[in-house]
Design a protein around this ligand. Structure first.
Ligand SMILES: C[S@@+](CC[C@H](N)C(=O)[O-])C[C@H]1O[C@@H](n2cnc3c(N)ncnc32)[C@H](O)[C@@H]1O
Length: 243
């Protein structure tokens, strides 16, 4: 039996995906409003930054992994044009439904695919860009997921990993206080779910920091990796080039 993190708890590897599914089944309906509340709207700026760095061009093929309610997929879809393709994917049916419906409501037809990032159902060298926003930290075998993302990228293609990371030391105390006192309370009041938002705070603390994730991406096949700290490291954007 191999064990892994689920927030601060240790669970059997085979159970982690089930626990994560429980979290996202529970939060799916209130996910977008909670994102705005918890990050004070900052998640929009972090995603806009990632989209700007992505420099997606008309005709590009893009895969958004763990795409959830589709913020990144939507931004990419309006950039790739009629000749390009964006695929929204997620392991969780509730989250994917929310994403697909939002995109359709916005007039965008984007293929939506239920799949595990650790076993992507695409041939090698299919995409120009792969993105994963706030999803990697929930995956059981991060190395496997990163290797899969490298596999489906064309040579020279880029992976964007937007994820919570290690905040700068002077802010750590205040950030911890906010994460463990305010976040779970907002979760209880707005989404009726304190535990999922406690998991959010814990999962951020056990996620690899900037340098560790950079090294993991290099091992997974990204010859060059740039790290952009956002909001003093609350979030980091890792950009890996497959080479
Ligand atoms: C915090 S949400 C992020 C959603 C969206 N990318 C965003 O930035 O708003 C994390 C997502 O990761 C998905 N996820 C977790 N483990 C996954 C896996 N192994 N493969 C694919 N998606 C996964 C969850 O279902 C959830 O929708």
């Amino acid at each position: 039996m191999t064990e892994t993190h689920f927030g601060y708890s240790t669970v059997d590897e085979t159970a982690k995906a089930r626990h994560v599914r429980g979290v996202f089944d529970s939060v799916a309906r209130r996910y977008d409003v909670m994102n705005d509340l918890m990050s004070l709207g900052m998640h929009r700026a972090w995603k806009a930054y990632a989209v700007a760095v992505a420099r997606v061009r008309p005709g590009d093929t893009v895969l958004d992994v763990a795409g959830g309610t589709g913020d990144l997929a939507r931004a990419f879809a309006s950039r790739v044009g009629a000749r390009g393709l964006v695929v929204l994917s997620d392991i969780n049916e509730q989250m994917l439904r929310q994403g697909r419906d939002r995109l359709l409501d916005g007039g965008l037809i984007v293929p939506s695919l239920l799949c595990d990032a650790e076993a992507l159902p695409f041939a090698g060298a299919t995409f120009d860009l792969v993105s994963v926003g706030f999803g990697l930290r929930n995956m059981t075998h991060k190395e496997k997921a990163l290797a899969e993302m490298a596999r489906v990228l064309k040579p020279g293609g880029r992976l964007l990993v937007l994820e919570f990371s290690k905040v700068a030391a002077p802010l750590a105390k205040a950030y911890d206080w906010y994460s463990f006192n305010v976040l779970p309370r907002i979760g209880r009041l707005v989404a009726g779910d304190e535990a999922s938002y406690r998991y959010l705070a814990e999962s951020i603390r056990v996620h690899p920091d900037q340098e560790t994730l950079k090294a993991m991406m290099k091992t997974a096949g990204f010859g060059h990796v740039d790290v952009h700290n956002l909001s003093a490291g609350v979030v980091a954007l890792h950009v890996g080039i497959k080479c």
